[in-house]
Design a binder for this molecule. Structure first.
Ligand SMILES: Nc1nc2c(ncn2[C@@H]2O[C@H](COP(=O)(O)OP(=O)(O)OP(=O)(O)O)[C@@H](O)[C@H]2O)c(=O)[nH]1
Length: 296
């Protein structure tokens, strides 16, 4: 061992004096606590480098501040404390601090009819920033659902009517015959197309909570056709009914979500995007909607 001082390049002056907007680390592995669950996450931690003459920030100080996250439940207050620690450890260098956390929230979802349940993963990002003393926290959540095309459903119904006319032309109608016909392949000669669809929410929050589960529940209730986990035939039949009762263009889905999210007190603003990965086309049908709560 020798007693040489370790060189500290970050403490040197920069050869090109220039402030930077974001400097830090991306993809740091860490556990976090949400709703009593310990989840595997990755974090992107950064600060602005406002002192353009400084060579670099102190990466290790940001890294060590993240320790707070694996001990306490994730709340806006905790995120703010971490960001404040970023700034306190970069006095004179940085005015703004940023933290993004990416994880998969796991929720146990009951089947529609049978007494079964299964886990569903929801990709979630939590983005917090402390800019010029102003704290903001935003959530990004992806929710997957099923959408059945209302136009396709109407066209299919017309074909079913046509088939009915063909099959029962000049025939006296017997209740039993019609019932049998309805249960036959002829009775449902055409089916509407449906697709696995995705709602991408970007929500700015107000208040002291991170209402991840509440927001996901709100979205799934508004759409009515969340993708399922454990499924028996009775559940599949209930799912078919839910789809038939919730025929949706992407515009319908975006409007439903807009109305539902506005009703949530925790939501200050949102930008939502719904993507219907069409089975009719090789491209997607997409709708977006933004909203900002006006101050009371
Ligand atoms: N600023 C900066 N540091 C980097 C980069 N890549 C790796 N590092 C390393 O990150 C390590 C931690 O940096 P510091 O936090 O400044 O470490 P330190 O000087 O021992 O800690 P302090 O005394 O608290 O400043 C250093 O060894 C850097 O070399 C980079 O692109 N920028």
């Amino acid at each position: 061992m020798n007693a040489l001082t370790l060189p500290d390049i970050a403490a040197q002056a920069s050869r090109q004096a220039l402030p930077l907007d974001w400097v830090g680390m991306c993809g740091i592995a860490l556990p976090i606590l949400i709703d009593g669950q310990r989840l595997t996450a990755t974090a992107d931690a950064g600060v602005s480098l406002d002192d353009g003459a400084a060579r670099g920030i102190h990466m290790s100080r940001l890294y060590l501040a993240l320790e707070m996250l694996d001990q306490q439940p994730l709340t806006p207050a905790l995120l703010r404390n971490v960001l404040q620690r970023f700034l306190d450890s970069h006095e004179g260098l940085s005015n703004n601090a940023y933290l993004r956390i990416h994880t998969d929230l796991l929720l146990k979802r009951p089947a529609l009819v049978s007494p079964l349940a299964g886990w569903k993963g929801y990709p979630v990002s939590i983005e917090a920033r402390l800019e010029n003393q102003m704290f903001h926290v935003e959530l990004k959540i992806d929710v997957t659902y099923s959408s059945t095309c209302p136009c396709s459903a109407a066209l299919a119904r017309q074909l079913i009517q046509q088939q009915f006319l063909d099959d029962f032309a000049n025939t006296p109608l017997q209740h039993e015959d019609v019932l049998t016909w309805l249960g036959s392949a002829n009775g449902i000669v055409a089916t509407p197309h449906s697709q696995r669809s995705s709602a991408q929410l970007h929500v700015e929050l107000q208040g002291e909570q991170l209402p991840l589960t509440d927001l996901i529940d709100t979205v799934e209730a508004a759409l009515g056709t969340a993708v399922q986990t454990a499924v028996k035939r009775a559940d599949e039949q209930a799912f078919a009914l839910a789809n038939g009762q919730n025929l949706m263009f992407c515009e319908d889905a975006a409007r439903r979500l807009n109305l539902a999210l506005k009703r949530s007190d925790a939501v200050k603003a949102f930008h939502l995007k719904v993507i219907h990965a069409e089975s009719l086309h090789a491209h997607d049908a997409v709708a977006e909607s933004r909203w900002t709560r006006h101050p009371a």
